[in-house]
Unconditional design. Structure first.
Length: 197
């Protein structure tokens, strides 16, 4: 009879994601991981290959959860841009206290690895590029549906969204000023929907 896994991989990745998100890669020890996911070091290495391997899967898990949450907001909105704004409001205002850090894990990883670990830096950058491409496609879909002008520049809007979204998340990290956050998010989207060539 084959040995069966005594852990839930999804549960381990969620816990590891939160741990890495809060403490960073360098700040997270194998002992931290062992205590958080309730696995022995030998099992961690046998399952994920290395601390780096676990981190990469954790970052993929984070990116996937972020994408699913975004899709849910957009799917429930009459206008994809409205759904995108609701997603931003959730991350910065409503859900901020539920996360280990207000700073986006992808940007946090990119900043940590820049000049330190080329492989993990490139991995995080690839996920960031995928996030920007997804947002750009959302703006393109909104353009095709007639929610923005025909000369709307979805590529520039996607780039500006990522810059402003991550900037606002960093700015409001640890701040309890929801009214100011809402004002700045509203302003962000007014500017974004007016992006033209």
């Amino acid at each position: 009879m084959a040995n069966t896994s005594k852990f839930n991989r999804g549960d381990v990745l969620r816990k590891a994601s939160d741990l890495f998100w809060g403490k960073g890669f360098a700040g997270t020890s194998i002992r931290d991981i062992q205590d958080t996911v309730n696995m022995r070091p030998g099992s961690i290495y046998a399952t994920f290959g290395s601390k780096e391997g676990l981190f990469k899967e954790s970052l993929l898990n984070y990116a996937g959860a972020m994408e699913r949450k975004m899709d849910a907001y957009i799917g429930n909105a009459h206008n994809p841009i409205v759904g995108l704004q609701q997603y931003v409001e959730y991350n910065i205002i409503e859900g901020a206290t539920c996360h280990p850090s207000g700073v986006c894990m992808l940007f946090k990883a990119s900043g940590e690895f820049n000049g330190q670990n080329p492989a993990l830096f490139q991995f995080s950058q690839t996920l960031l590029d995928g996030f920007e491409n997804k947002v750009t496609q959302i703006f393109a879909d909104a353009k095709q549906a007639g929610f923005v002008a025909e000369d709307f520049d979805e590529a520039n809007a996607g780039q500006q969204f990522v810059i402003q979204f991550t900037g606002l998340r960093n700015y409001f990290n640890g701040r309890n000023t929801p009214e100011l956050a809402k004002q700045l998010i509203d302003k962000m989207f007014v500017n974004l929907v007016n992006e033209t060539h």
